[in-house]
Design a protein around this ligand. Structure first.
Ligand code: ZN
Length: 245
């Protein structure tokens, strides 16, 4: 089974559509949360994910936008809070209803999906091998998929017991064999690894085992920035897209 894994779309419809076209045919599409926030097309992104994805979990931005008690707006800085209020004001009843059904962690067969980490699904940023080492205690299967950091990465619980942490460049592949791993595709709509291209992951699972491929694709950043300016989103969120930060 070939699974496309996307996360942190952040209302960037141009990046999402470019990723889906680049991905080609997949058996399933999974989304690890933060469909909305930062970008100008929240409803369009929710509707595309709702139609295309067979598994979706909630991110901190999705939860903040619908006023979930799991997230306090006070945890956001001023620009992020005003952007969240703008997103909430745009959300259709259908989009809200869809986001309200989502949980920040769920299992798909023997693969665990968590937005931040299996230990703290809403807020934890998995950036180090030490943090990842603790997270391996919080899921049962061999594979966990996370988002939230916007950085393509891989944590492997190696046979010697150590946990490795690696940044995954475009077109890097990995076959875990018997090892357990936590993989992050990187962000579709707001990459933060100084590479502005949209990021996603292909997970192939067959009788021989699993394999991962990290992929990047360029999209029309100026088109997104023009729409963000038109709807009046904060300048920093507009500028960061071309820098990938
Ligand atoms: Zn995010």
């Amino acid at each position: 089974m070939r699974i496309g894994v996307v996360t942190d779309i952040h209302s960037n419809l141009v990046a999402l559509e470019t990723v889906l076209a680049d991905m080609g045919p997949v058996d399933e599409l999974w989304c690890l949360g933060d469909i909305v926030g930062y970008g100008p097309w929240p409803n369009e992104c929710v509707s595309t994910v709702r139609q295309r994805a067979s598994a979706v979990i909630a991110g901190n931005h999705d939860l903040a936008t619908i006023g979930s008690p799991l997230v306090e707006l006070d945890d956001f800085n001023a620009d992020a809070a005003s952007m969240t209020q703008w997103t909430a004001s745009q959300l259709s009843p259908e989009s809200s209803a869809f986001l309200e059904e989502l949980t920040p962690i769920r299992d798909m067969g023997d693969v665990t999906l968590a937005h931040g980490s299996p230990r703290r699904p809403v807020w934890e940023y998995l950036l180090s091998s030490a943090a990842a080492a603790e997270s391996f205690e919080y899921f049962r299967g061999k594979i966990c998929l996370v988002g939230h950091t916007h950085i393509p990465s891989l944590f492997v619980n190696r046979v010697d017991g150590d946990v490795s942490a690696d940044y995954m460049q475009a077109d890097t592949t990995f076959e875990p064999g018997e090892q357990r791993c936590i993989a992050n595709p990187g962000s579709v709509g707001q990459p933060r690894d100084h590479d502005p291209r949209a990021a996603y992951l292909i997970l192939d699972q067959n009788g021989m085992g699993s394999s991962f491929q990290w992929r990047r694709v360029s999209y029309d950043v100026p088109k997104v920035q023009t729409e963000m300016r038109r709807v009046g989103l904060p300048p920093f969120f507009i500028e960061r897209l071309e820098l990938g930060v």
